[in-house]
Design a protein around this ligand. Structure first.
Ligand code: SAH
Length: 342
């Protein structure tokens, strides 16, 4: 790999110090540069005003600062949701979303380019699987968005492109970095999975404080297999068992996400089954009315959603509804998909 294919962000401390030595920079420059990147979220070498110009020139000759470059931003200045299209050094595209809510600012980040899980209702699935993102390509989404956000980022959700638990090592490495090095509380970092059971058990066994969300989306094995083929590998029973295990081990509430699909999983009787499926499990359920991606599915009408929720309110767990933001710019849940190389 030549330096031009690498970025400065992503080098470890030893590599960084050796690079600085090679270009004749003193060691204390390391801290200064770290400070520019992780405290000031600077975009390029030129902004690092206390670094002498000849040093900045040498550094920029050697390699680019960020592993991701912003290619496009959708959503205007005053809108509550913005979508960002990034390009990696290898020329692949990925998307992240920034959402301003009443008292929180959330970023929704991608863990992979494309996705192998093939959920029938999700736009990312149509790309197929292209590649895992490195830990620093995951972190860099947050660095860019922190710089561009009007407000300080309060919450990070791994709900963008990809299946985080099929890129477990890099996702955990990135989440730990965001927590330890960048100061985001672990409980403000949520990792969402389509149901990769061994990794749910693994994260339960490890001592992380991150929050877990599971995309459930159906209440029977047969129905779930139709829309989420991951159920062929890990059955609904195994999934619920792993969720119980997670709770026993960590005592942390799981959020179950449930995309409401017209005529598929939206009847009051589905609501009833959902309650019994989750009986005895400490959890929260987040209902996401389906966002259009131009496929076979539709969003239920308001009355159907209301009736489903009415049934669900009888549950012992909390129920919230996520009226996805940014559907007009295809930045809602499940709407992220880009050309592989553009
Ligand atoms: N692969 C992970 C994270 C990405 S999907 C996972 O499955 O959890 C993030 C959330 O968006 C999931 O809960 C998923 O069920 C939901 N989702 C996917 N497509 C959607 C669509 N078209 N409309 C609404 N929600 C969708």
């Amino acid at each position: 790999m030549t330096n031009k294919e690498k970025s400065f962000i992503g080098l470890d401390k030893i590599e960084t110090l050796s690079l600085l030595k090679r270009i004749g920079a003193e060691t204390f420059r390391y801290e200064q540069i770290q400070n520019w990147i992780f405290d000031n979220f600077c975009e390029n070498w030129e902004e690092m005003k206390n670094i002498p110009k000849d040093l900045r020139d040498k550094l920029s000759e050697k390699m680019q600062l960020h592993p991701l470059q912003i290619n496009h931003v959708s959503g205007s200045e005053n809108e509550p949701t913005k979508k960002f299209l990034f390009k990696t050094i290898s020329g692949h595209s990925l998307e992240s979303v920034l959402m301003y809510e009443k008292n929180r600012t959330t970023v929704c980040i991608s863990s992979q380019i494309g996705c192998a899980v093939d959920c029938k209702f999700c736009a990312t699935a149509s790309m197929g699987f292209i590649k895992n993102l490195n830990d620093y390509e995951i972190i860099d989404q947050v660095l860019h968005l922190e710089r561009l956000s009007k407000h300080k980022i309060t919450n990070i959700v791994f709900m963008g492109m990809g299946e985080p638990f099929l890129n477990y090592k890099n996702v955990i490495k990135a989440a730990k970095f965001l927590n330890h090095k960048m100061g985001f509380g672990a409980r403000r970092i949520t990792i969402s999975t389509a149901g990769i059971v061994p990794k749910i058990r693994k994260i339960a066994d490890e001592e992380h404080q991150f929050k877990l969300a599971i995309s459930l989306n159906a209440v029977t094995e047969i129905e779930r297999k139709k829309i989420m083929s991951v159920t062929n590998t890990y059955s609904l029973n195994e999934l619920i068992d792993s969720a119980r295990y997670y709770y026993q081990k960590t005592r942390r509430l799981i959020t179950f996400e449930y995309v409401l699909l017209k005529g598929i999983n939206d009847s009051p009787s589905d609501g009833k089954k959902l309650i019994s499926l989750l009986m005895g499990l400490e959890c929260k359920v987040n209902i996401i009315p389906y966002n259009e991606i131009g496929g076979d599915f539709n969003r239920p009408d308001e009355i159907t959603i209301k009736n489903f929720l009415k049934e669900l309110r009888k549950a012992p767990f909390n129920v919230t509804v996520r009226w996805s933001k940014g559907t007009d710019i295809n930045a809602g849940c499940g709407q992220l998909a880009v050309e592989a190389i553009s």
